[in-house]
Design a protein. Structure first.
Length: 389
């Protein structure tokens, strides 16, 4: 019998009645499962993990306690728990037992993905100079405001960025701790290790591609799509599904189908995000409207628009190039929205979203995944690629 990790007491499994999960309200599941159950189970695991670290954090000092408290609030506040849900669905889809002996350990590994996500978001907000996240000040802004409020020495902005960088590092380090202490059987832990490592490497590499591409001024659709693959798709859908498959000991045919679905639907997910970054409602997205244009993000949407503008109107192409990454007024954002639409870039992105989603779904349909998982992945693809936030 494996020892239980020290941060969790043995208890009845929280998902004992759950065999299917969803990342949003789903009429087809309403009669059999509460869509909030899985998210609540993930949050319970994260809460327990943070509680297990309080002793060592308190020993470091009160400033560290205050910083980690903010990180915990950031992790637990909002979020759809998409990555854990895909990992859990991948595990179930390989025929795993949701109430079996390994279920609790698998749930903890799935939950650890939220700490990887926290690292990515905290660091991404610094890189993009974003002021808000999920309707609240970003982590670096929060600590800059505290520095200013308390009248500390030095620059408030640099202080906030430094604290946020360290907290992102804490989240990434603790994701590994959470996996290591999950209580996996040795064979499952061995199968997981290379997939987990690849996922972390890819998301960091994707972030680097994004930074260097922006600095280099790479305007190609190909570069933007590659960034989408590694910065978002790999750690949002592809690798979480792969993690679930690895934990279950799934055959290569299922792993391959999951990865095809994950890559295609993951890129479609980011393409939807590109559209929301320009056309989204701030009340729903939690970020200022047109933020991607102000931040200078070289998205696929923008790349398509430039490509069309270079072919059709040098004046419009010049407008796009001199506008991206500047302090745009709301009126200027509205003008650029019109330009993106008139050039057909919005329609092209929508077409790509549809094409990628259909290809990903076809891969799963032809796979040995369970019928329940196939149904679940269809619903999740729809939720990921048609969302408004």
């Amino acid at each position: 019998m494996l020892d239980r990790p020290h941060y969790r007491e043995q208890r009845p499994h929280p998902l004992a009645a759950e065999a299917t999960l969803t990342i949003g309200p789903s009429p087809s599941l309403a009669a059999t499962a509460d869509p909030a159950t899985f998210a609540s189970a993930v949050e319970a695991e994260l809460t327990a993990f943070f509680a297990s670290r309080r002793g060592i954090v308190a020993g470091v000092g009160t400033d560290f306690v205050a910083a980690v408290d903010e990180l915990e609030q950031f992790v637990l506040r909002g979020g759809k728990r998409i990555r854990p849900t895909f990992a859990w669905t991948g595990w179930l889809g390989a025929g795993a037992d949701p109430v079996g002996a390994d279920a609790e350990a698998v749930l903890r590994v799935c939950s650890a993905l939220e700490l990887v996500q926290a690292c990515a978001l905290v660091h991404d907000d610094i890189i993009d100079s974003s002021d808000t996240r999920r309707g609240h000040p970003t982590v670096h802004v929060t600590f800059a405001q505290r520095h200013l409020r308390d009248g500390w020495a030095g620059g408030s902005e640099s202080h906030g960025a430094a604290v946020a960088i360290l907290l992102g590092d804490v989240a990434l380090a603790w994701s590994d701790d959470m996996v290591r202490e999950a209580g996996l059987p040795p064979d499952a832990a061995a199968r997981l290790a290379p997939v987990w490592s690849a996922m972390r490497t890819e998301v960091l590499g994707g972030q680097l591609l994004d930074i260097t591409g922006e600095s280099r001024g790479d305007e190609s659709v190909e570069a933007a799509m590659r960034i989408n693959r590694y910065k978002t798709a790999a750690y949002t859908i592809e690798r979480p599904l792969h993690i679930g498959a690895a934990l279950a000991g799934a055959p290569e045919s299922l792993v391959g189908a999951y990865r095809q679905y994950g890559t295609d639907v993951g890129i479609a997910f980011q393409l939807r995000d590109d559209l929301l970054g320009v056309f989204g409602d701030p009340a729903t997205t939690g970020k200022p409207s047109g933020d991607d244009l102000r931040e200078g993000k070289r998205t696929v949407l923008f790349a398509f628009a430039l490509q069309r503008a270079d072919e059709q109107s040098p004046e419009t192409a010049a407008l796009l190039r001199r506008s991206i990454g500047t302090e745009l007024t709301n009126a200027a954002v509205d003008e650029l929205r019109g330009v993106l639409t008139d050039l057909g870039a919005v329609d092209e992105v929508e077409r790509r979203i549809t094409e990628l989603t259909e290809r990903g779904l076809a891969a799963v349909e032809d796979s040995p995944a369970t019928p329940a998982a196939k149904r679940q992945l269809r619903e999740m693809a729809d939720a990921a690629t048609r969302r408004s936030a």
